[in-house]
Design a protein around this ligand. Structure first.
Ligand code: NI
Length: 187
């Protein structure tokens, strides 16, 4: 099990466009596994590659029984509307109600490159939309009214001092993994 450090609001990579994945390698699978581990350790329901400092267009989602690693995901249908209180592993302790589509269909690839479609409603739909936003440099704060965004940023001002390097290092018994670009098959 490898836990990755989570980039928090202010880290430039959260605002960058990701790169389409074209090669379905063991390294991609390892990244997805590490992202699931990291998401579980942080008690989240979704995590996107930029949040762990990576450029791959990859996200992991786990909402109740639904558990997916989605590569190159795109929303192909959306309908209805829902308002849900969202948070983000990259903006700890900040929550706000966001308006989203109630139902979405997402087309993506799995870790082997097979095309898949995921249909989600309510929380799963919210989560899919939130994570796909991350893959395009967008955060839930961007979807708030100016006043609500100001309030959220004010709350974050107090929280962010806990992350002086812009990284959220999750507590584990062991040392965190090496943070280099080469992916070694460790533990
Ligand atoms: Ni998020």
């Amino acid at each position: 099990m490898s836990l990755l450090d989570i980039h928090v609001l202010g880290s430039a990579i959260l605002r960058q466009e990701t790169e389409r994945v074209t090669e379905f390698t063991p390294e991609l699978r390892k990244l997805a596994d590490d992202m699931f581990d990291t998401m579980h350790a942080a008690k989240g329901i979704g995590l996107a590659a930029p949040q762990v400092g990576r450029r791959e267009r990859l996200t992991v989602v786990e909402v109740e029984e639904a558990r997916f690693a989605l590569v190159n995901p795109e929303i192909i249908t959306r309908s209805g509307s829902i308002r849900w209180e969202e948070g983000c592993l990259s903006i700890p302790e900040v929550f706000a109600y966001v308006d989203r589509a109630h139902d979405v269909t997402v087309r993506a690839q799995d870790l082997d490159g097979n095309v898949i479609e995921v249909v989600g409603s309510e929380l799963l739909a919210v989560c899919l939309q939130h994570e796909i936003d991350h893959l395009h440099g967008k955060l839930f704060l961007d979807r708030l009214s100016l006043l609500k965004r100001r309030a959220a940023l004010k709350a974050w001002e107090e929280e962010k001092v806990k992350f002086p390097k812009g990284l959220r290092v999750l507590p584990v018994g062991d040392l965190p993994p090496e943070r280099d670009e080469s992916t070694s098959a460790d533990d």
